[in-house]
Each structure stands twice: as structure tokens, then as C-alpha cells.
Design a protein. Structure first.
Length: 247
């Protein structure tokens, strides 16, 4: 007896790669389909129920991916302009050759913002640099990087003090205090960095690094500025006296 079986795809699982990234950056999310016997052709990515290929603009690029070892990874590249708010995408496989049709899973893409600005400081007292995160899903530690591109240790209290800050409603502000003694070894133009990575989705989320430039204002520069102010004030006072406004 000759038995003829129809072509079917043995389905095992669809695994999403959830991510958390900095707002306004381009990224790629994916879903991995495992336990299949050949390449899939009908893979659809949706945002809020709408096929991304039908959305206006060119913010999305879909790739069906390559098949190998009974699995296939399909990707969705999301341009920076589309990454302004937390979004849940759907990776869907629609094929009448499946034992059960319309397999799908959700892929979560969360975004957060980082504020870390250039700063002008005096060298005669301790100074604080602040790295603020907004919209992060879980409390995430911040790593501080010095001008030598090495991680700053919280045990080096003669030079630096790190305060991770308090996580409240998706936000936190970490502070790096530069001790006065350290300024003897720093220069204007030195770059400090704050680095973090999602604590909610650490496996697939990228490291996010922001940097700022430090400008040092020396004591001599302060004296020159004060002297200039005094000169202008004396001229202004002389002008008032000449008008008889004050005596």
C-alpha cells in the first residue's frame, strides 16, 4: 500500500526578542521560529494590528530571514523616527500548511531617554555630574566611565563618589561626584560617559552609552571675570554720580 502524506510544517515555538533601547535610535527586533522542516514564506509583522508594510513612510524593513537547523529568524528593522514610545509588535505566521494556522507572538520594544549634558565647573570644590534616565522599565544600574575609558570604581572615594540614585516611576538620576583633588589630573575637554543596559531584557537589549564634555574654569579665570565686572560697575557708578543720582 502506498501512503501519501501532505506537506506539513512541524511547529515547535516562536520566541520573541524583546528589547529596551534609547528613544530615537534605530534597532532590529526579531522572532525565532523553531521546529520547522522548511523555510517559511508567509511572515507578517504588525503594529497595533496593522501590517507595518502598509504604514506610511519608510520606518520599517521586514526580512523573512534564512532557514537552517529547523529554525528561522525573521527580523523587523525599526528606524529611529519610529522609536519614540513603547510599542508592542506582532510577529505572525499565516500559512494553511500549518497543523494550526495563524501562529503569532508579541515582541515588546520599550524606549527610554537619557539626559547627560556638557558642564562647565570650577576646580576649587567638589563637582557633580548627573545622568538622568526616564521611562526605564526596571531599576537599572548606571556605570560611569572616566576620560581614560576605564570604569570608575565606587571604592575610589579620594577621587570620585557614585550615587546610583533612587528609582521612582520609571526614572532615576545617578550622580558622579568629582572630588577637588582629582581636578589636578583632569583637563578641559575631558569626556565622561554614563552607560546602562536594560535590566528587564538584558539578553537582547544593547548597551546605551551617553557622553558629556567637561570644561574646567580655573581660579585665575574667575578673578579676571570678577575684575571685569568691577570695572564695569565703577564706570556705571561714575556715570550715576555725574548725573547727580547718588552722592
Amino acid at each position: 500500500m502506498l501512503l501519501i502524506f501532505s506537506s506539513i510544517l512541524i511547529f515547535s515555538d516562536i520566541q520573541p526578542t524583546n528589547k529596551e533601547i534609547e528613544t530615537g535610535t534605530e534597532t532590529t527586533i526579531s522572532c525565532i521560529v523553531t521546529g520547522i522542516t522548511r523555510k517559511l514564506d508567509a511572515i507578517v509583522w504588525r503594529k497595533d494590528g496593522t501590517d507595518v508594510t502598509s504604514l506610511s513612510g519608510s520606518n520599517y524593513v521586514v526580512s523573512a530571514g534564512t532557514y537552517g537547523s529547523n529554525s528561522q529568524t525573521t527580523t523587523l528593522s525599526v528606524k529611529a523616527a519610529a522609536n519614540t514610545a513603547d510599542t508592542t509588535y506582532t510577529c505572525a505566521i499565516t500559512s494553511d500548511e500549518w497543523l494550526e494556522t495563524n501562529k503569532e507572538t508579541t515582541v515588546i520594544l520599550n524606549v527610554f531617554s537619557v539626559t547627560f549634558e556638557d558642564k562647565v565647573v570650577t576646580t576649587t570644590s567638589d563637582q557633580n555630574l548627573i545622568c538622568t534616565i526616564s521611562g526605564i522599565s526596571q531599576n537599572t544600574p548606571i556605570t560611569w566611565i572616566g576620560p581614560d575609558n576605564n570604569e570608575i570604581s565606587n571604592t575610589d572615594t579620594n577621587n570620585f563618589v557614585i550615587d546610583q540614585g533612587t528609582y521612582i516611576f520609571g526614572s532615576k538620576a545617578s550622580t558622579l561626584t568629582i572630588k577637588t583633588a582629582k581636578f589636578a589630573f583632569l583637563s578641559s575637554g575631558d569626556v565622561f560617559k554614563c552607560k546602562l543596559k536594560s535590566a528587564l531584557y538584558p539578553t537582547d537589549s544593547p548597551e546605551v552609552v551617553n557622553e558629556m564634555t567637561l570644561t574646567l574654569l580655573s581660579l585665575g579665570e574667575c578673578i579676571v571675570n570678577i575684575s571685569a565686572v568691577n570695572v564695569h560697575f565703577e564706570l556705571f557708578l561714575s556715570y550715576l554720580l555725574s548725573l547727580g543720582v547718588c552722592c
